[in-house]
Design a protein around this ligand. Sequence first.
Ligand code: ADP
Length: 190
Amino acid sequence: MKYFILFGPPGAGKGTQATSMVEKYNLRHISTGELLRKEIAAGSELGLKAKSLIDSGALVPDEIVEGMIESEFRTVKDVNGFLLDGFPRTTAQAEALDKMLAKTSEEVTAVVSIMIPDEMIKERIKHRASIEGRADDANDDTINNRIKTYHEKTEPLVEYYKGKGKYNEIDGTGTIEEVRTKIFGMMDKF
Ligand code: ADP
């Protein structure tokens, strides 16, 4: 199985690009954000716990998302691999992922990182709020907190994966098609 990590700040266009990536390479898309929003919509205990954290722009505890990822890995077959979107988001999650994959002598194939500057993060999220109506997109404090959380907790993963020779960065400031073309050019190598 191939394990691609779709990396980048909130609003970089991960969800948008994921759709064509999973189709072209026959991957299963796992978005921890989407899985958490489903739990919230279902009103589960986990969803209730996650909601206040997500609405404040914080991360949910590592154990929760690690459990979700591992159960997805176990249940999905008939694909060439997985596209992880929004996971890992902390160094602890990256280490947990390495351990999970090591159990079956597997490893992360490559990190596809879509990069945009902070000013563009805000513009894109505001635009998305007007279309999708996500609670965590609507409020300035939440957005600022998500950007802060990204820089503090998630950005260190760039060095983590560079150190393993798995980091590939793509300029996410172009049009959807331009970014897609660059991503495909990169993924064709794996
Ligand atoms: P975005 O791509 O805009 O950052 P996501 O849909 O990926 O948004 O995630 C929404 C929220 O869900 C995050 O702000 C965070 O609170 C929570 N979340 C998603 N993935 C994780 C994760 N791997 N670890 C902790 N919290 C997560």
